[in-house]
Structure formats: C-alpha cells, structure tokens
Design a binder for this molecule. Structure first.
Ligand code: SAH
Ligand code: SF4
Length: 385
C-alpha cells in the first residue's frame, strides 16, 4: 500500500515527512524502529501513538504527552499527521454537512455527514473520481481518477470528527454512529486501502464503529464481493438499478463484465448475509426507464430467496444530467408492489440536495468538465447526439 503525505510537508533536511495516518499498529512500530526506537520499545510506543491518533484525535505530536519530549521532536522532524486541507465546508438546511478535502497532489474528495434522529452517517469516498462511468452518476463524469490511500480514506473520518467535536467521545451520544462507503469511487476496485481504513475505524481501542454499522456499496465487482464479506464482514449494498442486462449494460457499464446473474450469485454467497443482516439492493428511479410495475415484479422475482431489502433512490439530478427522476407516485407504487411481494422497500430521502451532497452528485470542484456521453433513451437505444 502506498502512503503519501496529505500536505507537501518537508522535513528540515528536505526529505518528505512520512505520513503516519492510515498505518496499522505494526506499521507504526516499524516507523518508530526506523526512527531509532529499540525494537522492544517501538511496539509499546506504537500503541501509545496509535491511541493518540485514533482515540484522542491528536493532530500534532506535541500534544502527545505520554511520549518522551525527545521522541516527539524526532517525530515532528521526520513524520506528519497533518490532515488534508478543508477547502470548503457547507451546511444544508436539513442539517447535512459537506466538506471538500484537498490532498497533497491537489486531488479533492467530498465527505458528507447525514444526521438523523437517533444516528448519523458519514458518507466517505474511496477514490478520486471513478473509472466506471455509470451514466446517471455525476462522479462517473470526472476524468481525473486515482485510488485514495488508506490514510486518505480514514482521514475523512478524522476530519469529520474534528469538525463535529467528537474526540475522544466513546460510543455514547455520538454524532457519527455509522459509516457508508457510498461517496466517490468504487470501493471494491480499491479494496486493500478501503479495508485498511475500515479496520482502523472498527478498532475498539480507537473509533470503534462496529462492522454492523458500516455499509459498503458496490456497483458489482463480482470477484471481490466474497473477500469483502470474509475480511471485513460489513453490510453490503449493491447498486442494481435494472433487472435485465440490456438496460443495466447501459446504466452500469461494468455489467458487461459481470452480468446480473453472476452478481446475484455472488450475493447469495456473501458471507454473513442472513435475514437479520440483509443485503441492500439500491435501485435508482429513472423516469420511463426502469420504473414500471413490471420492473418491480421482475425485481421481486430476481431477488427471490435472497436475504434482501430494497432501497429506491430518487434520481438526483446534476447539471447536464441526461435523465429525469420518476414521479413520486410512481416511486411509491413501485415500493408498494415490492412490499406486497414480501420485501422491505424503502425510498431514500434525498439529503443535502441544496448543497449537491445527495447520492451521485459528488464531484470535485477541481474537475467539473463533463465527459461526452450519449444518454440511453427509454427504449434502451442510444439517443441521437
Ligand atoms: N461506486 C459505488 C458507491 C458509490 S455510489 C456504487 O456505485 O455503488 C452510491 C450510490 O449512489 C450508488 O447506488 C449509486 O448508483 C447511486 N447514485 C449515483 N448517482 C446517482 C444519482 N445521480 N442519483 C441517485 N443515486 C445515484
Ligand atoms: Fe462509480 Fe458508483 Fe458512480 Fe458508478 S455509481 S460511476 S460505480 S461512483
């Protein structure tokens, strides 16, 4: 895993400072050994340092009073725990908050906090942009794409906790109780870094968000699904959006590689999925394309026998989007049909629309150019340019 500095920090002797955020305890131990700590002491110091980073939320070495002054000086000289820069902070009238973060190389990601009555979810990004170009998704129109490091992924949670004043609060009364990996990017195409970051978030001695409160959303990277369940055991959400390959090929082009039947089969084998912990199938409601009563019935048939629930997402528009959202009544009728078939189908309340924080609206301010693409039409054929 590559680890980069979030800020172009340089140590006094001009070597770039090593970014420590995102490292496991063992990796921290190795860094401390490289700084000259005796091996026997390095692992204890690593534990202390880790506690400062992920329990207390320290953002400078000087405050780490359980470490010897001389070690703190060495750490400040050669290492960094700087957060990414907060370029912009926005607050929606519904309480949703959005931060635009900038990393060392100028790449930016958005992080969204969504408060609800009894809990709050932080929506984090796994990549800058996304390679997968789903035709209804704003992120997919961004040309600039790279994986985020584990440090850059966990830093999104650290910044949000800084801004919400959550350090060192344990679990009681917290604002961020859940994590959804539903921001920019396809998490299963950057799995090692996503996994390392989520393991840090789950660690009981630090932030301690249980895997049951973490949901990872994938467009359907079939070969990685089983590993995700085995290694992380988090809740799985699958961006289905269509019930036949012809339409799904157009909406979610990765379907050409991993078609619906293979995706459903991988879901059947997802470790840890059962009736008390169902897989969420996300289904974006696109007017005239996938919102007919017959589509709802076909969806019920497709998911038969799976521990599944369905989340209908009203399409969130963005400038130049080639789709329209289905009418409210049409969405409600779709949900009713699924409920009558015995499924739990909920309609996702769009949050933070006024600050473009809703699903699929995230996109770095640095990258507003829209890639040229032809929208699919209601008949499934390509629209004329
Ligand atoms: N890449 C992952 C996770 C990020 S997208 C995935 O595709 O699952 C999170 C969810 O928002 C996905 O279900 C995605 O299909 C949906 N989404 C994307 N653009 C949207 C839009 N404009 N309106 C509504 N939902 C959208
Ligand atoms: Fe990528 Fe998900 Fe957007 Fe598709 S919906 S382009 S997979 S972020």
């Amino acid at each position: 895993m590559t680890q980069e500095a979030f800020k172009p920090a340089e140590s006094p002797d001009a070597a770039p400072r090593r970014q420590l955020i995102g490292l496991s305890r063992d990796e921290l131990g190795r860094e401390l050994a490289a700084l000259g700590e005796a091996p026997a002491r390095a692992s204890l110091r690593a534990k202390q340092l880790w506690h400062w980073l992920y329990h207390k939320g320290a953002d400078d070495f000087d405050s780490m009073t359980t470490l010897a002054k001389e070690l703190r000086v060495r750490l400040s000289k050669h290492c960094s725990i700087a957060r990414p820069e907060i370029v912009r902070e926005q607050r929606s009238k519904d309480g949703t908050r959005k931060w635009l973060l900038r990393f060392a190389d100028g790449c930016e990601v958005e992080v969204v906090y969504i408060p609800e009555d009894d809990r709050g979810a932080l929506c984090i990004s796994s990549q800058v942009g996304c390679t997968l170009t789903c035709s209804f998704c704003h992120t997919g129109t961004q040309r600039l794409v790279r994986d985020l490091t584990a440090g850059e992924i966990i830093a999104q949670l650290l910044v949000a906790r800084d801004r919400l004043g959550e350090w060192p609060r344990a679990t009681e009364g917290r604002l961020i109780t859940n994590i959804v990996v539903m921001g920019m990017g396809e998490p299963l195409l950057n799995f090692p870094n996503v996994a390392a970051a989520l393991k840090l978030a789950m660690d009981k001695e630090g932030i301690g968000i249980s895997r049951r409160r973490i949901t990872l959303s994938t467009s359907g990277i079939v070969p990685m699904i089983e590993r995700c369940g085995r290694e992380l055991g988090v809740n799985l959400a699958v961006s289905l959006h269509a019930v036949n390959d012809e339409l799904r090929d157009q909406l979610v082009p990765i379907n050409k590689k991993y078609p619906i039947a293979e995706l459903i089969e991988a879901c059947r084998r997802y470790p840890g999925a059962h009736n008390a912990r169902r897989i969420t199938f996300e289904y974006v409601m696109l007017k005239g394309l996938n919102d007919a009563p017959d589509d709802a019935r076909a969806l019920a048939r497709l998911l038969r026998g799976l521990p599944a629930k369905i989340n209908l997402i009203p399409f969130n528009s963005w400038p130049g989007a080639p789709f329209e959202c289905s009418a409210r009544a049409r969405i409600a009728a779709f949900a009713d049909l699924l409920n009558a078939e015995g499924y739990t189908a909920t309609v996702r309340e769009p949050r933070g629309r006024d600050i473009l924080a809703a699903c699929g609206q995230l996109k770095s301010a640095s990258e507003r150019t829209r890639a040229h693409r032809r929208p699919p039409t209601a008949t499934g054929a390509e629209a004329p340019p």
